[in-house]
Design a protein around this ligand. Structure first.
Ligand SMILES: *[C@@H]1O[C@H](CO)[C@@H](O)[C@H](O)[C@H]1NC(C)=O
Ligand SMILES: *[C@@H]1O[C@H](CO)[C@@H](O)[C@H](O)[C@H]1NC(C)=O
Ligand SMILES: *[C@@H]1O[C@H](CO)[C@@H](O)[C@H](O)[C@H]1NC(C)=O
Ligand SMILES: *[C@@H]1O[C@H](CO)[C@@H](O)[C@H](O)[C@H]1NC(C)=O
Ligand SMILES: *[C@@H]1O[C@H](CO)[C@@H](O)[C@H](O)[C@H]1NC(C)=O
Ligand SMILES: *[C@@H]1O[C@H](CO)[C@@H](O)[C@H](O)[C@H]1NC(C)=O
Length: 423
């Protein structure tokens, strides 16, 4: 009597299973953490409208010069901070990645609300899907947001951004990770080609079971980088510079570059006109970045004056001498570009890859991009472990993990139940 239709329960389980498996929520890569250290990371950001360099910098609470150098944009360009960057331009934004409630997250960004902002518009339009409305809401318990579509103008909101450190290494080589929001035209192999990595590496890093990705997913992309070896007490300890770009440090006095062709960090005095302490190596007439070579029968005696970190407000230098088989050529620098005024095609065209060679036309992105909702639908954050304050996409990722477990449990139960039906 209790069970008129013996198939009700299996059907219910199957229904749950299908729903779980077909959820169209965005995935995002989460790195659990326990210590309080911070690493440098990047977020990939596509401008939602024309913005000045300084406006983009303030959107992410970063220094405009760091922003420009991360993108190899020439900082000596006149009035560069007021230069207007075009809508749809893709930029790499340098952000500090720390550990918040057991998860890697960047928590230094804040946003001041403007008229007609809603949490959803801030999340999907302004921040391009890097954050969801729910995550902003959870990160601002004291902002008194009762209705996410009605915000008091001028409210300062913390914007948690996704980031990963993964020990600043990838396959045992130095790397810096960029959080990237998948666009409709993207394929995983295209992304791998664009960022000089491989499909399998991207799948490993993001724990993907298949190369299928969809719009709005947030991937961690390892970018090959040059590592510094500054002492722990240096304020720029842990500086990593991605291949093909620059970074400024030591109160804007020292500029370091990485690549092309070499994984050695190369630092020299920065071109900004700021007053800096001496950058001459002790007991030498060499300046920071100078390399002298002396060919002898034994080989090439290479002496260099290298940067050793910013300690207590002063620039430390190291004089190194070594005997090398061959004299090094002159230092190569990543090429600098003028501040863009138009969106370069190559930034949008998916990099050619075998799977795309079938003539998929290079689609121009929609002029007003409103990335599909970054906020998870369907998975209440309450599914997270008790007491954890996971954002919705965190909860989704957790649920992806949990769902595989519950899927197996369900299958097991269904199987057991069917077996127990008397025939
Ligand atoms: C992190 O990388 C350093 C060297 O870069 C290594 O010594 C250390 O063991 C790594 N730690 C972990 C947890 O992988
Ligand atoms: C560094 O970037 C250059 C292009 O700027 C590329 O040719 C090279 O393969 C990259 N190196 C690594 C290790 O990713
Ligand atoms: C040494 O470095 C300074 C500052 O970068 C530069 O002006 C100078 O030309 C360099 N000298 C040599 C010999 O490389
Ligand atoms: C290399 O040159 C430096 C400075 O010019 C000198 O002090 C050092 O003794 C030389 N080393 C060798 C092995 O010749
Ligand atoms: C930095 O300065 C503090 C006090 O001003 C001093 O205690 C510390 O030893 C200094 N550190 C280094 C590495 O010189
Ligand atoms: C969840 O993910 C963690 C790490 O990614 C893994 O160790 C664990 O086995 C997974 N649990 C389930 C139920 O899939």
């Amino acid at each position: 009597m209790a069970n008129k239709n013996p198939f009700t329960i299996p059907i219910f389980f199957l229904y749950c299973l299908t729903t779980l498996l077909s959820q169209t929520t965005s995935k995002s890569t989460i790195e659990p953490c326990s210590n309080s250290d911070t690493c440098s990371a990047l977020v990939g950001y596509t401008l939602y409208t024309d913005l000045k360099v300084s406006e983009v910098a303030s959107l992410f609470s970063v220094d405009p010069i760091s922003l420009l150098l991360s993108n190899s944009i020439d900082i000596s360009y006149p009035d560069v901070e007021n230069h207007i960057l075009p809508s749809q331009l893709f930029l790499k934004i340098p952000i500090p990645c720390s550990c918040v409630d057991g998860i890697r997250k960047s928590s230094t960004t804040s946003y001041k609300t403007r008229p007609s902002d809603t949490l959803a518009s801030i999340a999907t339009a302004v921040y391009g899907g890097l954050v969801s409305a729910d995550q902003i809401n959870e990160a601002n318990p004291d902002a008194g947001i009762s209705d996410p579509s009605v915000l008091n103008v001028g409210t300062k909101l913390n914007i948690p951004l996704p980031c990963t450190c993964f020990n600043n290494s990838d396959n045992n080589l130095p790397a810096i990770y960029m959080s990237y929001v998948v666009k409709p035209v993207d394929t995983l192999s295209g992304i791998a080609a664009r960022y000089f990595t491989t499909l399998s590496d991207l799948m490993n890093v993001n724990q993907l079971g298949s190369p299928a990705i969809k719009e709005g997913d947030i991937l961690a992309i390892p970018l090959s980088a040059c590592a510094s070896n500054f002492p722990k007490y240096a304020s720029d300890y842990g500086l990593f510079v991605p291949n093909g770009s620059y970074s400024i440090t030591a109160s804007d006095c020292v500029q370091c570059s990485c690549g092309p062709g070499s994984r050695n960090l190369y630092c020299m005095p920065a071109s900004l006109s700021v007053s800096c302490s001496s950058m001459q190596c002790r007991n030498s007439n060499l300046m920071l970045g100078n390399v002298t070579t002396q060919q002898s029968s034994a080989g090439c005696n290479v002496t260099s004056c290298s940067y050793g970190g910013f300690v207590n407000g002063s620039i430390t230098t190291w004089l190194y001498s070594s005997l090398q088989p061959r004299c090094p050529g002159s230092q190569q620098f990543p090429s600098l570009i003028a501040p863009p005024t138009v969106v370069p095609d190559s930034l949008f065209a998916p990099a050619p890859s075998p799977s795309e060679s079938g003539g998929f036309p290079t689609t121009t992105p929609k002029p007003s991009v409103v990335p599909s909702s970054g906020s998870g639908i369907g998975f209440p954050p309450a599914n997270g472990p008790a007491g954890s304050a996971l954002g919705s996409s965190d909860a989704c990722s957790l649920m992806n993990n949990l769902s595989s477990f519950s899927a197996m449990l369900t299958l097991g139960l269904v199987f057991k139940f069917i077996m127990s039906i008397p025939l």
